[in-house]
Design a protein around this ligand. Structure first.
Ligand code: IMP
Ligand code: MG
Length: 334
């Protein structure tokens, strides 16, 4: 590792949580730090038959030693965060940057009350857009002002940079997906910030030259929740027939679906400066690849799909998800 950044290549829900949790269990990073917008993202992973979901903590929460950090650019919903700290029992290794913005009830109300955000854009209704608007107006409360967060407050940027100076490994977890970026996505049907690798590093307080690898995660097909363009979108009946029908982990909304889009993937690789690719849910498009852990044991057509992605993107597909469990994965790093 030393410093690996994980980002989403499409519209979120690519399976970053599983990839991050797998790498955390396998590599034991000293630090896992979350960037991205805030609790509008839900990262899910399954371990030993149990499903876990995080909206505030990094997906490394199951690893018993990794320090769990939340960068200054991430909006914190104190109740969601405290609940996750309790669920995972990570009271002594959670650190929230003192400058994280805080989502209050009023932000959630503004997110769900107005026609524009709720109906036109189709936001998650978690208050992130209004809170970032208040941050831009410089009226948003910071985490350091919230007494119930006091014991978790610190300097995340300093902690991360000091760790890297000691050559400790750091796993940086991005949220959302490239085309939900406020700058590079399908505006106005996007989230309230940039979410490409550079922005994720900025959220954490990490300079670009400190990053060793950018791992971009694509799902084997594309999904999108909320409004906005989706090339070659299929009907929900067709998605159901293919087993592509999914529901949002934060909102429960049905996700729209389309086939893997190589041109979009290529664009995302450039926007993020990606150096490696992970493909998740290969078993959904090729059911006979379910649970396979070696590339050579994949059915021929699944191998061809991966080789085509490599040919089209010019990057190696290092991790391939073949099932929900963390261990259902092909690891081709070296
Ligand atoms: P907001 O981020 O809640 O303001 O929502 C803006 C748009 O981004 C909506 O289309 C949401 O569905 C989408 N969105 C935000 N976060 C995620 C995510 O983590 N996964 C998928 N879609 C997301
Ligand atoms: Mg998600």
């Amino acid at each position: 590792m030393p410093c690996l950044v994980i980002v989403g290549g499409f519209f979120g829900d690519e399976g970053k949580g599983k990839i991050a949790a797998y790498l955390a269990n396998k590599e034991n990073p000293v630090i896992a730090v979350r960037g991205g917008v805030g609790p509008n993202a839900g990262h899910t992973f399954c371990y030993e038959g149990k499903t876990y979901k995080v909206r505030m903590l990094p997906s490394a929460a199951l690893n018993s030693t990794t320090q769990l950090l939340v960068g200054a650019g991430v909006l914190v919903d104190p109740d969601i965060l405290l609940n996750e700290i309790k669920t995972f029992g990570v009271f002594d290794r959670t650190l929230i940057d003192s400058q994280c913005g805080v989502i209050e009830k009023e932000h959630i109300e503004r997110d769900i009350a107005g026609f524009h955000l709720k109906n036109e854009i189709g936001t998650t209704g978690t208050g992130t857009g209004p809170a970032n608007a208040d941050r831009a107006m410089r009226v948003l409360k910071l985490a350091t002002e919230i007494p119930k967060l006091t014991r978790y407050i610190g300097d995340v940027s300093d902690t991360v940079n000091s760790a890297l100076e000691k050559k400790d490994s750091v796993l940086v977890e991005g949220t959302q997906g490239t085309f939900l970026s406020l700058y590079h996505g399908s505006y106005p049907y996007v989230t309230s910030k940039d979410v490409t690798a550079s922005a994720i590093c900025s959220d954490v307080g990490l300079g670009p030259k400190k990053v060793d690898d950018v791992l971009i995660v694509f799902k084997a097909y594309v999904t999108r929740v909320g409004r906005g363009p989706l090339k070659d979108e299929i009907t929900s009946d067709a998605a159901k027939a293919k087993g592509w029908l999914e529901y949002g982990s934060v909102t429960g909304r049905q996700r729209r679906a389309s086939p893997f889009d190589p041109a979009l993937a290529k664009k995302a690789i450039r926007l993020n400066g990606a150096t490696q690719v992970a493909i998740t849910k290969l078993d959904i498009i090729f059911p006979n690849s379910a649970g396979v852990r070696e590339f050579s044991k994949l059915p021929r057509e699944a191998q061809t799909f991966i080789e085509d992605v490599e040919g089209e993107t010019g990057l190696r597909v290092t991790l391939i998800g073949t099932g929900a469990e963390l261990t259902e994965l092909i690891d081709r790093r070296n």
